[in-house]
Design a binder for this molecule. Sequence first.
Ligand SMILES: Cc1cc2nc3c(=O)[nH]c(=O)nc-3n(C[C@H](O)[C@H](O)[C@H](O)COP(=O)(O)O)c2cc1C
Length: 175
Amino acid sequence: MKIVIINGSARKGNTLTAIQAFCKGLSREHSVEIIQADQLHIAPCKGCDHCQCIKGCVDQDDTNPTIDKIVAADFILFASPVYWWGISAQLKQVIDKCYSKGQLLKHKKAGVLVVGAASVDSIQYSLIFQQFDCIAAYLEWNLKFKEAFSAGDKDALSKAKESIEKLEELGKKLC
Ligand SMILES: Cc1cc2nc3c(=O)[nH]c(=O)nc-3n(C[C@H](O)[C@H](O)[C@H](O)COP(=O)(O)O)c2cc1C
């Protein structure tokens, strides 16, 4: 499969650790590209709706090349730190811009990884997962998994053996 991973964290911390552990488990038959959302120049969606008449977003920035990569993917992994009970603005920015080619994004496989400082029973993870459930229902995605991990300090997840094993297993099981 062509796998595109969107990393919603700007720091080399827990979200990246989660992504790396997931990738470690993946079969070498997949091709993987990690999109580092904070490195992109993407203007916020203006809601101008031009994209609904033309092929893509009017913004001459990284929007169209990024969304084209997502359109070409078979599996999309959304990975984000929890910021204020939700996903990071960097990841949301990319998701908002998916509106420009929404219909081409139908019937994908997808997964969600979120890392927050709070314990995994916090409501924040259900709020985030519900958002992805709605997106998946709208775009008729096969949402393979939604997983939450609790880690605050930058290196906390890398020290959590069970979580790392779980992430590798998620990669291994992906088909
Ligand atoms: C702006 C900001 C807001 C945050 N809000 C939350 C929050 O609402 N809930 C939570 O559990 N952790 C929150 N955190 C902590 C991060 O989610 C946590 O440290 C996470 O591991 C960061 O992931 P990273 O290392 O990949 O950047 C916040 C951190 C920042 C910087």
